[in-house]
Design a protein around this ligand. Structure first.
Ligand SMILES: O=C(O)[C@H]1O[C@H](OP(=O)(O)OP(=O)(O)OC[C@H]2O[C@@H](n3ccc(=O)[nH]c3=O)[C@H](O)[C@@H]2O)[C@H](O)[C@@H](O)[C@@H]1O
Length: 330
């Protein structure tokens, strides 16, 4: 319960006095019935307050959408886009692999259970990592992948694969309405600066004049999509009737070496490039085949790498100027 002086306490609900519950009442039965009535009224008032009233809205606007991870990178952009219409990375997720697996397994089971009870449509944010180190290029949704089940990435790869399996099990068994997006490398403002991904690492390093850390020869490839393109794809997927997995990514493929040079030039930086040990089980090539998204969602990315990177560099520059200012200047 909120404290009794809470301004949000609905005026119509009588206040419950703490001593009421603590001291033994003289007439125990009538007093406890009164207490229960008070509690009931307060609970129902609180329940009413927690959800917007949708009953009187036009049917197109009658939507309750629960975003897990809504304070994160992609989740926060998705929340922005949805509000306008009426946000892992190896080093971080590998820090606690058990937690990564639990989030994917228990978290997905919890959400599927909720979707089943409420008959909500559920969107699973899956990943290109389900393809592992792919032997097929570009990757289309019918490719089953090449994942090392016990390697350092497996907590994430296998966690997401299991999350997909759970979705289709709930769909088959209980007819839960699911949508599955396989998201390829995504970047943009609000991505965590120190999460260890290549885009944030290279931009930070370039802006600080530190060496750009290329793992291995730098001939591995990635295809980067800007976050607003992803969000429009997610919204189109949720609005569609297509319940098979859909790749959402930008097919514009670059080697990591090339990508380092692009970041240096766009950030106007003359930082050097250093080659480090290759990362274990690092996928050698990754590029989405987006024919399904084009056909089923009429979707394709529109933001060029150069434009998206300039926006991201601008954001990082601003964050650095705030975060790295001496405390007495703030
Ligand atoms: O950003 C994403 O969307 C994806 O990020 C990671 O996948 P990964 O492709 O390995 O992403 P990065 O860690 O950004 O690495 C991309 C490439 O750059 C290389 N890299 C990374 C960081 C760095 O400092 N230097 C460097 O050369 C990596 O070895 C890799 O080849 C996650 O595992 C995916 O689930 C997620 O979808």
């Amino acid at each position: 319960f909120p404290p009794s002086n809470n301004r949000n306490t609905p005026a119509a609900v009588p206040e419950a006095h703490p001593e009421h519950f603590l001291s033994a009442p003289s007439d125990a039965s009538s007093s406890s019935i009164k207490d229960i009535e008070t509690l009931k009224r307060r609970v129902s008032a609180l329940e009413k307050r927690q959800f917007p009233t949708v009953a009187r809205l036009d049917w197109r606007q009658r939507k309750r959408i629960l975003i897990t991870g809504g304070a994160g990178f992609v989740g926060s952009h998705l929340a922005d886009a949805l509000l306008r219409a009426p946000g892992i990375h190896p080093p971080n997720y590998q820090l606690n692999p058990v937690k990564t697996l639990k989030t994917n397994l228990v978290g997905t089971i919890n959400m599927l259970g909720l979707a089943k009870r409420t008959r909500a449509r559920l969107l699973l944010a899956s990943t290109s990592e389900v393809y592992g180190d792919p032997e097929k290029h570009p990757q289309s949704e019918d490719y089953w992948g090449n994942v090392n089940p016990i390697g350092p990435r497996s907590c994430y790869d296998e966690g997401k694969r299991a999350a997909e399996a759970l979705c289709y099990a709930y769909k088959r068994r209980s007819n839960v309405d699911i949508r599955v997006a396989r998201i390829f490398n995504t970047y943009g403002p609000r991505m965590q600066m120190n999460d260890g991904r290549v885009v944030s690492n290279f931009i930070l390093q370039a802006l600080r004049g530190q060496p750009l850390t290329v793992y291995g020869e730098g001939d591995q490839t990635r295809s980067f999509q800007f976050v607003t393109d992803l969000v429009s794809g997610l919204i189109a997927l949720m609005a569609s009737n297509y319940s098979q997995p859909v790749n959402l990514g930008n097919p514009d493929e670059h080697t990591i070496g090339e990508f380092a040079r692009t970041v240096l030039s766009l950030a106007n930086s003359s930082a050097p490039v250093h080659r480090l040990q290759p990362a274990k089980d690092d996928p050698h090539r990754r590029k989405p085949d987006i024919s399904v998204a084009k056909r089923e969602l009429a979707w394709q990315p529109t933001v060029l790498l150069r434009d998206g990177l300039l926006q991201t560099i601008h954001y990082f520059r601003h964050r650095l100027s705030v975060d790295e200012k001496p405390q007495n200047e703030l």
